[in-house]
Design a protein around this ligand. Structure first.
Ligand code: SAM
Ligand code: FES
Length: 345
């Protein structure tokens, strides 16, 4: 039934919002086959690895789904020193990562001057640098770009404006949009994305998310299932395996739809997918994804960066994660890219 819609992606015809809704609403696996073909055609068989450093779990925000939200008093907070961040990046470079990603909560300790120092040090290495630090002013984004940052990730989370405001007390949808526009204006490779399975989120709004990514021509989109965390306002007391699988399947469909609509962009197989399904990242790589972001943070920090429960690899070492993901990727006949993995590269 969805084949006629999927075939439209191989023509010049526009696929409408209603048709995307049908793709997301169906349980036909043909969507994944088409997304995999599309990935092969537009970005090839190489998988880009990005080494992720989670350098602070301190956050001033109140995102209702996120375990790092400022009201979670049970979480042991940490921030890495400048030297530790640079040391982890250096090790990431030595493991062969061509991109380092710095991610954190919105932690005001990391002022513009501190971040600029860190960015400049990391950019002395032969790596591309991605930042994921949340909402900052135009001037800060500009300073980071001038210091050498190449890419920035900030998900819109949902394009349903009412749901956005419900999920993010005291934050503003307009501000998020402004951040994304500023990043693009400054010449960053800009990544966005959404959470799938939030309470009261409709299939129509997920279809709109995909069209929003297309309209804004983002270079990357990260799509992941929402995973309920007991220390957040959204926790209902339980999260069944059936509910988890439902969110996993839907997020995979949104990701595959994103590939078909945006074609040549970078799409990660997200860690949240593997948290729900032990083969989640490999399934994602075979359904449209071409990027994996292994954690290169060391020690106890991995456990403490608990945005959702049961996060994978919290007791592993970066070298182990690197080998583990490499063997999984090669086992499905794909190769690890040796370049920086910019869009169209
Ligand atoms: N502070 C930065 C920001 O807000 O963009 C980066 C850190 S934030 C923890 C990174 C991403 O984690 C968010 O964009 C959100 O989609 C995801 N996330 C947060 N809580 C989650 C949850 N409970 N389940 C799945 N993903 C979650
Ligand atoms: Fe700030 Fe999640 S509430 S990173």
């Amino acid at each position: 039934m969805i084949k006629s819609i999927l075939d439209k992606f191989n023509t010049d015809k526009e696929v409408s919002q209603d048709e995307i809704v049908k793709l997301l609403d169906s349980d036909d696996n043909l969507l994944f086959e088409y997304a995999d073909e599309c990935r092969k055609k537009y970005v090839g068989g190489e998988v880009h690895l990005r080494g992720l450093i989670e350098f602070s779990n301190i956050c001033k925000n109140t995102c209702k789904y996120c375990g790092l939200n400022c009201f979670n008093k049970k979480l042991e907070r940490y921030r890495l020193s400048e030297d530790e961040i640079i040391d982890f990046a250096k090790k990431g470079f030595e493991y062969g990562y061509k991109t380092i990603v710095l991610q954190s909560g919105e932690d005001s300790y990391f002022t513009q001057d501190r971040m600029v120092r860190i960015i400049k040090e990391i950019k002395k290495m032969d790596v591309a640098l991605t930042l994921s630090l949340g909402e900052k002013s135009y001037e800060e984004y500009k300073a980071y770009k001038e210091a050498g940052a190449d890419r920035y990730l900030i998900r819109i989370e949902t394009t349903d404006v009412n749901l956005y405001h419900e999920m993010h007390p005291k934050m503003s949808y307009e501000k998020r949009i402004e951040c994304l526009k500023n990043l693009q204006k400054l010449g960053y490779e800009t990544g966005s994305g959404c959470l799938v399975g939030l309470p009261n989120q409709t299939i129509e709004s997920l279809a709109k998310d995909i069209l929003f990514f297309k309209e804004n021509n983002f270079d990357m989109i990260g799509i992941g299932p929402y995973i309920p965390h007991p220390e957040t306002p959204l926790w209902t007391g339980t999260d069944t395996q059936k509910d988890k699988e439902k969110r996993f399947n839907l997020s995979l469909r949104v990701m595959a739809g994103g590939r078909l609509v945006l074609k040549n962009i970078n799409i990660p197989a997200t860690t949240a997918m593997e948290t729900i399904n032990p083969k989640g990242r490999i399934i994602a790589l075979q359904s449209g994804a071409n990027v994996v972001m292994p954690n290169i943070t060391e020690g106890e920090y991995r456990r403490k960066y608990e945005i959702y429960p049961d996060k994978i690899c919290i007791n592993d070492y970066p070298a182990h994660c690197r080998n583990c993901i490499e063997s999984k990727i090669t086992s499905i006949g794909r190769t690890i890219s040796k370049d920086y993995g910019f869009r169209n590269n």
